[in-house]
Write a protein that binds this ligand. Structure first.
Ligand SMILES: Nc1ncnc2c1ncn2[C@@H]1O[C@H](COP(=O)(O)OP(=O)(O)OP(=O)(O)O)[C@@H](O)[C@H]1O
Ligand SMILES: [Mg+2]
Length: 340
């Protein structure tokens, strides 16, 4: 029986997996719940259900931080737990992993170690730069392009990639994502109303109101705690407050895009102006984001159809196509360019 191949896009918020044998893509929250400091209590979406609600003996851990593995052991337990979960996980499989470019060698190697040294006992591990995986997922001609600009906006990061001629020319990982926006929302609510809301509530508000669009008078009733009386309550939060909060971190992304464009070689930049900017990552679903980015950068912006699974869809195509397979690198390869 042929061994299975998994495509992995490990995010700070969600893990996306392509399973070649079943030809499916699935995703789960990148969260693990640990009981009594040692037992794995729940993984993925099930563990996320307990977030902000777990009893004192259960710790809910996000093992990725700003796009890299920050708690290695937890990440290993989590990945194995997810792959096993009714999914007929087989050892000795092959992995193709999307990795960020603008991180250290050690951080990159951790993605490789995650599957090679675990009970998963990977037979082979290949790496694809996430900007490339995204471009393939967008059905763009990566090999022959003169200039592409991809903005992957995730949970805790925004990865900016400039591509030309089948490779990455420039890349930058910003520490801004949906979770940063949620934090900004809860901070501003706290400051304006002396009212404390959780991260999940802030996310609900942000997803509903977005950054741009009609209906500037809406509001939404949410649960939280009054900081003066200490009593749990419900309050109306105005759309204007939410939009004001999310704009500040988003401006950092816009500045990042502008400064990367400034450093881009003129020929490549010309092609980018022609092709526009491509938005991927779950945060690209934010209502009004495309219009906002377009207005702020003055460049045409297009969003991937399913932006959160765009990179893993790219991995799927890379796994399936002989032609595209050369976009993946083996970390064991002598020519492995990051280790040189
Ligand atoms: N419909 C939506 N509207 C607004 N935001 C959304 C929507 N769907 C998902 N998101 C946001 O997308 C973010 C997750 O995106 P994604 O899955 O790409 O992140 P990730 O890959 O886990 O993180 P990172 O790439 O930063 O490590 C979350 O902050 C989530 O709130
Ligand atoms: Mg991501």
């Amino acid at each position: 029986m042929a061994r299975n191949i998994y495509g992995l896009d490990l995010g700070s918020y969600e893990i996306k997996v392509y399973d070649k044998k079943k030809d499916t893509i699935w995703k789960e929250k990148d969260v693990i719940a640990i009981a009594n400091k040692k037992e794995v209590f729940a993984v993925g979406d099930e563990a996320f259900e307990m977030y902000e609600k777990a009893p004192a003996n259960i710790q809910v851990v996000f093992p990725m931080k700003h796009g890299v593995i920050s708690k290695f052991d937890h990440m290993q337990y989590l990945l194995q737990g997810l792959l096993k979960k009714d999914r007929g996980f087989a050892r000795g499989a092959e992995y193709v992993i999307a990795v960020p470019t603008d991180v250290t060698e050690v951080e990159k190697k951790a993605f490789f170690d995650l599957v090679i040294h675990s009970t998963a006992r990977a037979r082979e591990v290949n790496i694809v730069e996430r900007g490339i995986a995204d471009a393939v997922g967008l059905n763009l001609d990566v090999q022959n392009t003169k200039g592409l600009f991809i903005v992957n906006m995730g949970g805790e990061t925004t990865e900016l990639s400039v591509l030309a001629g089948g490779g990455i020319v420039l890349n930058r990982l910003l520490k801004v994502g949906g979770i940063t926006l949620d934090h900004a929302v809860s901070q501003l609510v706290r400051y304006n109303h002396d009212f404390l809301i959780g991260r999940v509530t802030a996310e609900v508000l942000r997803k509903r109101f977005g950054v741009f669009g009609e209906n500037n008078t809406a509001s939404m009733k949410v649960a939280g705690r009054d900081l003066i009386t200490g009593v749990p309550q419900q309050r109306e939060i105005a759309i204007s407050l939410v939009r004001a909060a999310v704009k500040e971190p988003l401006e950092e992304c816009v500045r990042g895009i502008e400064s990367l464009l400034d450093r881009t070689p003129p020929e490549v930049r010309k092609a980018i102006y022609k092709n526009g900017i491509f938005l991927t990552g779950g945060l690209a679903n934010l209502p009004g984001l495309e219009v906002y980015m377009e207005e702020m950068t003055g460049i045409r912006v297009r969003t991937a159809i399913d932006p959160d699974i765009c990179a893993v869809t790219g991995l799927k195509q890379i796994i399936q196509s002989k032609e595209l397979k050369k976009l993946a690198y083996s970390m064991l390869d002598e020519n492995y360019r990051w280790m040189r």
